[in-house]
Design a protein around this ligand. Structure first.
Ligand SMILES: *[C@@H]1O[C@H](CO)[C@@H](O)[C@H](O)[C@H]1NC(C)=O
Length: 294
């Protein structure tokens, strides 16, 4: 082999390697590669090039849902979502991390989107369960119409905090208060779940407004997810595209901008805070409420 054909070979190799790298990042948000259906048969649908889009639907007979094939402890979890438009009363769209719920001591980090009648705002409900205990609800209205465009909903979870974000704006921070005896999710492997289902006995305006089934099927759309995490069996931080990342989520915390945004959301868009519900906690607030410094 002479020098120039050797060079040519190396160039070819480089080309093959870069094509492979390209296809592995195209794999990045392939729903079928990372998630599996939990219920709802054909109501879970993936579509588009490389199955990079997914829809869930709900009709009179069933809702639908999916979950990650892998389990995670800590990480950053992003999903773009476009919610059921128009009259979505009685529908609930969920996006959450949960460990095995049959244990009775499971951990869970929840986003739930409660639908409404046309023209009325969705309620974004959040909750954190640690070792089976939840009752830590905060609820928000959104500053945009979540049915018009895709928006990014994120959970950052590390050993110090759990942060809920919408389009990078932090809505809520739940800090690790193990130092004062509040259990914090950190040991149980979780999966990422999402579902669309009917809960018209409680979801909309406290259950007063029922689902209008003449509007069914109800459909929510998903795309551009990213999970950046260490699975329980691998120490390295990997993204769902298979690449090693810097794992910025490990040290993620509020910066000055985030703190300002959080205050803005909590001032103008928070509609319920368990730490301010005196009637419910007349015997005294949960321990973490006294330490809810931002
Ligand atoms: C629905 O709209 C009403 C009236 O604007 C509002 O009070 C409520 O928070 C909204 N969300 C739900 C889920 O009921």
């Amino acid at each position: 082999m002479n020098i120039s054909s050797f060079k040519l070979l190396m160039m070819l190799k480089l080309l093959v390697v870069s094509v492979l790298a390209f296809t592995s990042s195209a794999y990045a948000s392939n729903f079928n590669a990372v998630f599996e259906r939990t219920f709802g048969d054909h109501r879970v649908r993936t579509f588009g090039q490389g199955d990079q889009s997914l829809s869930l639907s709900l009709d009179k007979y069933s809702g639908s849902g999916f979950r990650s094939k892998k389990e995670y402890v800590f990480g950053r979890f992003d999903m773009q979502l476009k919610l059921v438009p128009g009259d979505s009363a009685g529908t609930v769209t969920t996006l959450y991390l949960s460990s095995d719920q049959t244990t009775g001591t499971h951990d869970e980090i929840d986003f739930e989107f409660l639908g409404n009648v046309s023209g009325q705002p969705y309620t974004l409900h959040t909750n954190v369960f640690s070792q089976g205990k939840g009752n830590r609800e905060q609820q928000f209205h959104l500053w945009f119409d979540p049915t018009k465009n895709f928006h990014t909903y994120s959970i950052v979870w590390n050993s110090k905090l759990i942060m809920f974000m919408v389009d990078e704006t932090p809505l809520r921070v739940f800090r690790n208060h193990e130092d004062i005896g509040v259990p914090f999710p950190k040991n149980q492997p979780t999966r990422m779940f999402s579902s669309l289902w009917n809960a018209d006995d409680w979801a909309t305006q406290g259950g007063l407004v029922k689902t209008d089934w003449s509007k069914a099927p109800f459909t929510a759309y998903y795309r551009n997810f990213n999970i950046d995490s260490a699975t329980p069996r691998t120490a390295a931080t990997m993204s769902t595209n298979g690449k090693t990342t810097l794992g910025a989520w490990r040290t993620h915390d509020l910066n000055a901008w985030g703190r300002r945004r959080l205050r803005w959301v909590q001032k103008y868009f928070m509609i319920y805070d368990y730490c301010a519900d005196m009637k419910r906690f007349s015997q005294g607030y949960p321990a973490e409420c006294k330490h809810s410094r931002i």
